[in-house]
Design a binder for this molecule. Structure first.
Ligand SMILES: Cc1cc2nc3c(=O)[nH]c(=O)nc-3n(C[C@H](O)[C@H](O)[C@H](O)COP(=O)(O)OP(=O)(O)OC[C@H]3O[C@@H](n4cnc5c(N)ncnc54)[C@H](O)[C@@H]3O)c2cc1C
Length: 374
């Protein structure tokens, strides 16, 4: 008989895991406290970068390539535009090992990338000032994904294919006999299942204080959307690529965003927060840093107004790698999270991987194992 699997969390990791489990023949109930891509979730907001340059890490390049394929396949299947192919320009003012070490892997795995002389990059993208940039790389297939909309679409697809989706907050119940038998639901009832996947993003540490705890730390991240001048299309997704600027800090941005403006974000990890209670208001210091970056790299936007802001959180592991592993005290409980600021694009491939683990057709990978973390 098909196992009944409860997946808790309908973000990038949980939604795709539920879909792959369903397609592999499981009966699946997907639960989320506030819904897919909600404003507190790490998968919320407009857009996320998808790219293949990954610091020379073969496994991530493979997962990115698999995810590209699954995003394309599902866009066509669902007739919904989720991926925008803008290309991505990587700019390095110092050590460019993060990109350079990935080039042979990308070519081997089939993701197109080119090194550009900074002077050529400046000619190609005249809206970007490359002063101080010593090396530049251009990823052809890279671009951005529509984040909240993609999460909603995955859940719609899951329900259309026969999955059960419920909006409810869930608590794990104590293990008995080496496993978990049921979930405690916020409406006072319980839900029994054969297997459980907790894909609760930044909440994983609160739900499993002993096993996860600070191994997943929610860090405060601020995002700004600046308004280009009227009629100026140089900063929209038809003319400007996704960009990454590795200088003293790693700052990146995304054009387009459904006309919300030109997105700028700083990848530096902020202070730890509680994802449920955090007031999501931006700080003047972060706005000032974003403006300084704009003035330097995108001079035409130096005086651009802030149109919108977001405060999100990374769900950060100590080494920045995901956690995709079995609960050490339960044979039938799996933990999927630790996206650490780069998990969204990988949702489709991570979901496939976690579904295989849960159904016993895949093996846990050391890079994503819980016991690698102190
Ligand atoms: C500002 C920012 C920029 C980013 N940029 C990128 C990028 O460019 N590219 C990229 O690939 N990644 C990026 N990331 C990272 C990526 O977005 C995350 O790693 C990914 O979305 C995490 O997905 P998740 O499913 O693990 O978590 P979440 O999206 O947080 O999903 C967890 C879900 O669990 C639910 N939940 C939690 N507790 C319970 C409970 N007790 N009961 C029921 N439901 C519960 C929540 O409501 C939530 O919907 C970025 C993240 C941020 C914040």
């Amino acid at each position: 008989m098909a196992p009944h699997v409860a997946v808790i969390g309908a973000g990038a990791f949980g939604g795709w895991t539920a879909l792959h489990l369903l397609r592999a023949g499981a009966r699946v109930t997907l639960l989320d406290a506030w819904g897919p891509g909600n404003a507190r979730a790490s998968s919320g907001g407009e857009t996320r970068v998808i790219r293949g340059i990954y610091g020379g890490n073969r496994r991530y390049v493979e997962l990115a390539a698999r995810s590209f394929a699954l995003w394309w396949e599902h866009e066509a299947r669902w007739q919904r535009r989720l991926y925008h192919r803008t290309g991505a320009l990587w700019m390095f003012s110092g050590d460019d090992g993060y990109a350079r070490s990935t080039l042979p892997l990308m070519r081997e795995i089939g993701l197109e990338v080119a090194e550009l002389a900074p002077s050529d990059a400046a000619k190609r993208f005249p809206q970007i000032d490359l002063a101080g940039v010593r090396s530049a790389f251009y990823e052809i297939e890279a671009g951005y994904l529509r984040a909240r909309q993609a999460c909603e679409t995955v859940v719609e697809g899951f329900v259309a294919e026969g999955g059960e989706y419920r909006v409810l907050s869930v608590r794990p119940t104590p293990m008995s006999g080496g496993g978990m038998r049921r979930l405690a639901l916020a409406d006072g009832t319980t839900l029994e299942a054969d297997r459980f996947v907790f894909a609760c993003g930044p909440w994983l540490g609160q739900l499993f204080p002993d096993v996860i705890g600070a191994r997943v730390t929610p860090t405060r991240q601020e995002v700004f959307f600046f308004g280009p001048p009227p009629g100026d299309t140089r900063f929209d997704d038809g003319h400007c690529p996704v960009w990454m600027d590795f200088g003293e800090r790693f700052v990146y941005g995304i054009p387009g965003n459904d006309r919300r403006g030109f997105k700028v974000a700083d990848d530096t990890r902020g202070p730890a927060i509680d994802p449920t209670t955090e007031e999501r208001l931006p700080t003047p210091a972060a706005i000032a840093r974003a403006r300084e970056l704009l003035a330097r790299r995108f001079p035409a936007l130096a005086g651009a107004p802030v149109l919108e802001t977001r405060v999100c959180q990374y769900e950060q592991t100590p080494d920045g790698h995901f956690i995709l592993d079995r609960h050490p005290a339960a044979d039938n409980v799996w933990l999927a999270g630790g996206g650490s600021g780069h998990g969204f694009k990988m949702g489709p491939a991570v979901g496939e991987l976690v579904a295989a683990l849960v159904l016993g057709t895949g093996e846990p990978e050391p890079q994503f194992a819980l016991n690698r973390l102190p």
